[in-house]
Write a protein that binds this ligand. Sequence first.
Ligand code: SF4
Length: 481
Amino acid sequence: MSRIVLSADRTLTAGHRLLFDAMLAGSQTTMAPPWLFAPLLLPAHQGGFPLGLRRVEAALLRDGYARDEVAMQAPESLRVTAATRVIGISTGEPLGRGMNSNTMTAVVGGTIWPQDRFQELMRRVASRRGSARLVVGGPGAWQLAGDAEARRRFAIDHVVLGYCEAGIAEDFRAIEAGTAPPVLHGRAPAAETVPVIAGAALCGGIELSRGCGLGCDFCAYASQAMRHLPAAHILDDVRINLAAGQRHLGLLSEDVLRWGGSGIRPEPQALLRLLAEVRQLGPVGLLQPDHANLCSVARWSDDELAALRRLLAGGDGWVWLNVGVEAVDGALLQANGGTAKMAGVPTAEWGAFAAAQTVRLARAGFLPFASLVMGLPGETPAHTAAAERWVAALPDLPIAVFPMRLAPLTEPWQGPVLTKAHWRLMRAAYRRNFRWVPRLYAQQSRSAGVGLGRRLLVQALGLGQIAQWSGLLAWRQWRSA
Ligand code: SF4
């Protein structure tokens, strides 16, 4: 008879083995027939929940709620009783306004799966909630905080913004008592008091650091200073995930290369030592980081990068890594808040610097995913043409490039219109991506022990999607202004 029920949509609770699997599922739109794709890309729940929701659970248990009062429930087995006072939902994409989502839907059409599954979860909650209050948080909460009409549509009582573990138990008591405001600003704890998770995180998620604070105008992490979690916390989170049967761990940080360092100065040996300790804790497969800053790459030597890749992969094979180029024109990036991110690289040299660091990563055995933002304020067709030339000049190495449509953080929300120059850039980038990303998937899923039949099926669907994307990109370029 749980007083608090915590859940998240199907894309965030599926039994993904690897972080890449979760990204693949989160990039599908409803134009991909669910009867064909969902059984392959959304495997049955295996106990993993989004890391942030696991932190909320741990904070509630630490700060006064009893274990039998807080239940984590997958959306397909949501059980709300008369005793349930609060339903807490974590979401990454409630309205489909994130950069990746609004790029995917611009290409393929339809609704991005995380938004579609969030809406499905909201319908499920509506039919079961009784008098329980509904609170929504997570990395996509900003989309609801500024949109009162959307909150009304889903009958959401409260939205919690940002990291919140320091005060979430108190906030939940206020929510139960009906005294909390519609939008709550989460109270973030010091890194040392972030609660250790109490169960498996989605994709074996391990938080190395939170926030970023480098100030890019187009980023929700711009003003949240980076805090590294202490090694002891990280190792405890690893133990919990391993005990729950997770073998492949996602290492979450906006700049994994800065963990253990000070300010923007990395400390490579600290991260290498930490990862060696992680590998001693049990049968760990792939350690998959998500993001790194190019200026941090520049501060790691080639040998250190190669040692890092070996520790992450635990053997041969690529490790993918998101690196934000964002604009190949340094002046354009600087005009959009990128000064701190560029860390003293002269504006005229930013494009060449970004290419050189991306190449160094590829030579060290990584498969960098370089992101470019389309539609930045002040961007001209000449900027986009320069970006297309930048992509075309990259050497024949495993490097993927993902141009993303800007996701404004302001209301009323309106994404930029993509022009012919943008679609040309997309086509240049995806010519590379169609070559390298399927190989990455094949390699990673083989080493993660995915069965041959499943791998072949996903690869066959992938080939179909490549054909579909090639046609759509050409069509959109032809139709655009
Ligand atoms: S460097 Fe990356 S994470 Fe940090 S503020 Fe800029 S875009 Fe955001």
